[in-house]
Design a protein around this ligand. Structure first.
Ligand code: ATP
Length: 217
């Protein structure tokens, strides 16, 4: 269980703005997907940054399976985040960008290479193995980033509008990959405004308003 209890955060601001103080309090079970909606500026990236460890809360607790995540740096939290920007390595070909999810030292075993190949076919990128990210379309880069994140097999997945702008077939393939991760026990937090994505994946929905998560029925 991911337990986020009274996680308080505020940006240091000198100008009188409209940024609220954030107060997050929710639970997310293994295998469950919680969707988060909210207008621009509501704090969705702030929430993801706090969970992933890029922002430090003023107080509160964040625990996964009895482990205190706040005591750990981002890279030790076992959390994979797919942001809107694709975060690919420009100088590495597609297959190696994906392979980094399985072997961070880039030394892929034969079996790992097979899984990369299989994954690329599943998301409709067969034939593009050796391309560089700059030689792909935006949607293709998105698929590479998502596939890498999903192959990593993290138990906590943070997805920030990962399916926007993709055609239906590709999106269905990626939904299937996320469902597989859920079935394997991953807890998924999905930031999305897309009704189809939410209906396809979310078990519970909430909305971010005035710095808090409110349930949506
Ligand atoms: N570094 C910062 N310093 C001060 N205020 C910030 C900072 N980053 C974000 N904010 C403010 O915090 C609020 C939440 O921003 P955040 O980026 O989390 O929103 P969001 O819901 O992800 O928006 P979007 O959908 O546009 O990406 C906004 O009012 C924003 O102006």
């Amino acid at each position: 269980m991911l337990e986020c209890r009274d996680l308080i955060f505020h940006y240091d601001r000198h100008d009188p703005g409209e940024t609220p103080d954030f107060h997050f309090d929710f639970r997310l079970a293994p295998g469950e997907c919680l969707s988060v909606e909210g207008p621009s500026g509501a704090g969705k990236s702030t929430l993801l940054g706090l969970l992933a460890g890029f922002l430090e809360p003023a107080s509160g607790t964040l625990v996964w399976q009895h482990q205190d995540l706040l005591a750990l740096p981002p890279w030790e939290r076992g959390i994979t985040t797919v942001f809107q920007e694709h975060n690919l390595f420009d100088q590495l070909p597609v297959w190696l960008n994906v392979g980094l999810g399985l072997a961070p030292d880039m030394r892929l075993s034969r079996e790992q290479r097979y899984r990369v190949r299989e994954g690329l076919a599943e998301v409709g990128l067969e034939g593009l193995h050796d391309r560089l990210p700059a030689e792909l379309s935006g949607g293709q880069r998105q698929r590479v980033a998502l596939l890498r994140a999903l192959l990593r097999g993290s138990k906590i997945l943070l997805l920030d509008e990962p399916f926007s702008g993709l055609d239906e077939t590709t999106r269905d393939g990626l939904w299937a990959l996320v469902r597989r991760q859920k079935a394997a026990g991953a807890a998924v937090l999905l930031v999305s405004h897309d009704r189809d994505d939410i209906e396809a994946l979310a078990d519970r929905r909430c909305r971010l308003q005035a710095g808090r998560l409110l349930p949506v029925s």
